[in-house]
Design a protein around this ligand. Structure first.
Ligand SMILES: [Zn+2]
Length: 221
């Protein structure tokens, strides 16, 4: 049986981290005595919100393109929003299928889309549209997807900390491009940064008190 030395308890099942304190557990795995509990959230509700959000973004993008006429200025951000809608769907579908790996999967997804766009941009004569629009929009839509996931599912404290860290990372990356002077148009990075701050506030309001209690307990303050 596995054992947590921090809590001095034996743990049945396939836990690799202690369910009480989150510390790594040692010893042999034994079969869990508990039946597998399915996720308790309404998939239909999640898909409905996702669908409505997508429609709103696509409608805003179309309206924007109509208003701007045929001029190329500002089109990048409007067209990249389609990429954002795709990324948002992928993150939420990933959350529905494999809840435990959402944070890791989101990072892989953003990095993958980012690299593909940068390479494409490079091949077609570098105009920095990938870093100016595509990456910030994919980051921003991943943050929105994480918020939808948060709203739909009951997050555990460890997941909450992971999601908060991920939100900061996704929000700061495009602002970093701006700071390093890799991009000049601040529109998309600013939207992304603002969304990241909003998401962090929502995360704090949703579960902040519990997280702070947990941190105090773990750090023995
Ligand atoms: Zn423990």
């Amino acid at each position: 049986m596995r054992r947590c030395t921090e809590c001095a308890v034996d743990i049945e099942g396939t836990w690799t981290l202690c369910p009480l304190c989150g510390a790594p557990v040692a010893g042999e795995t034994v079969p869990s005595p508990m039946p597998t509990v399915p996720l308790t959230f309404s998939r239909r509700r999640v898909l409905k919100v996702l669908f409505l959000t997508s429609i709103a973004v696509i409608a805003a993008s179309l309206a924007g393109q109509l208003l701007l006429g045929r001029g190329p200025e500002g089109f990048g951000v409007l067209r990249s929003s389609w990429l954002g809608v795709t990324a948002m769907w992928l993150v939420v579908l990933m959350a529905i299928r494999k809840r435990r790996n959402v944070a890791k999967g989101t990072v892989y997804l953003v990095v993958l889309i980012g690299l593909v766009c940068v390479y494409w941009d490079y091949l077609t004569g570098w105009r920095a549209w990938s870093l100016t629009y595509a990456v910030p929009i994919v980051c921003a839509s991943s943050i929105v997807a994480l918020l939808i996931t948060l709203w739909a599912m009951h997050l555990e404290v460890a997941e909450h900390i992971l999601y908060s860290g991920l939100t900061v990372l996704l929000g700061l990356a495009p602002i970093g491009f701006l700071a390093f002077g890799w991009v000049t148009n601040p529109l998309a990075p600013a939207i992304c940064g603002a969304l990241s701050v909003i998401a962090l506030v929502v995360l704090q309001l949703a579960r902040g008190a519990e997280v702070r209690r947990e941190l105090v307990r773990r750090l023995h303050l």
